[in-house]
Design a protein around this ligand. Structure first.
Ligand code: SAM
Length: 196
């Protein structure tokens, strides 16, 4: 089995290199943006997967075209990201509000903790110490249509909250990720697509 990967962050590449070598894996890792091919072979891979990174792309169509080019025919692409509702629905005590438009096309900028707190909620905003980051609003259809245009057939989309949270009594929290939001809509979304 061969393992290849990329990340824009030098620190992430260093961490991954150490983790993989500590566990006796060899990998070809590139410190590069996903919107360019840094030297990854084409028509070569059975599976491409991305955990919580695709939403950062500044050009989803180019990124999906590149991923498609790396895969063999019938190869599988799996990725996860925040559910599109996460950018426009807010929890306010016991009420969920559409606080922004699902159709918003302009990117939004916010401040994010560079050193995540112990609770792991690194998307909780840190207006004083955070670094500025920009994200694009994307609808469910934006992902599906970009996949189709890049030559993929969507095989499965997962929008779920686990049973334990659905059955729990949740306490109100204004956190970005919270159980009381998750009881009403999925916080993440996972796509599985096949290259045609
Ligand atoms: C939430 S982290 C997930 C990382 C990894 N998948 C994991 O589970 O630990 C998102 C990653 O996307 C990377 N990233 C953001 N924009 C990128 C881009 N345009 N090209 C490549 N990587 C990018 C960040 O550096 C970060 O490491």
């Amino acid at each position: 089995m061969e393992l290849w990967g990329l990340d824009l962050s030098t620190r992430q590449i260093e961490n991954a290199t150490k983790f993989l070598s500590d566990n006796h894996y060899k990998a070809n890792l590139f410190n590069a943006p996903m919107e360019q091919n840094p030297g990854i072979p084409e028509n070569y891979f059975d599976i491409v997967y991305s955990i919580y990174a695709i939403g950062w792309t500044v050009d989803i169509q180019t990124t999906f075209h590149l991923i498609s080019s790396y895969l063999k025919k019938d190869g599988i692409f799996i990725f996860s990201w925040d559910h599109p509702f996460m950018h426009c629905v807010e929890a306010n005590k016991n009420t969920l509000l559409f606080s922004g438009s699902y159709f918003e096309e302009k990117p939004f900028t916010f401040k994010k903790n560079v050193n995540p707190p112990a609770n792991g909620n690194h998307l909780d905003l840190d207006k004083e110490n955070g670094v500025s980051l920009t994200l694009y609003h994307r609808r469910l259809s934006d992902y599906i249509n970009a996949l189709a245009k890049a030559g993929f057939a969507v095989e499965r989309v997962v929008e779920e909250t686990d049973r334990k949270i659905l059955d729990s009594e949740c306490e109100f929290s204004s956190r970005y990720y919270s159980a009381c939001k998750a009881k009403y809509f999925p916080q993440s979304i996972v796509f599985k697509a096949q290259k045609l």
